[in-house]
Design a protein around this ligand. Sequence first.
Ligand code: FES
Length: 104
Amino acid sequence: TSPLTPLCAVADVPAGGCRRIALPGRPPLAVFRIDSGIHVTDDTCTHGDASLCDGEIEDGLVECPYHQGAFDIATGKPAGAPCTIALRVYPAQVQDGQVLAALP
Ligand code: FES
């Protein structure tokens, strides 16, 4: 099992929203806090250089701010054109109020 990397406190992620996390040496991550729980994905849209944390979040989907493509936050599957490439998702868990993710 991969070691878990602490990303932020759950309390630092707005309910129903997202927080972008920049770690050295890797593309930024997005921590989503939605009804289905905490999810960690890449923050950069797979269609272009947009930050998904700047997008709209609704019904488990995030809509990209650039061309209104969309992804399922829990699975990373594309959920709206022009996005066709899945968003990478990372196993995440909450321990003692901290969001941890298994990053490759
Ligand atoms: Fe995200 Fe185009 S950059 S839909």
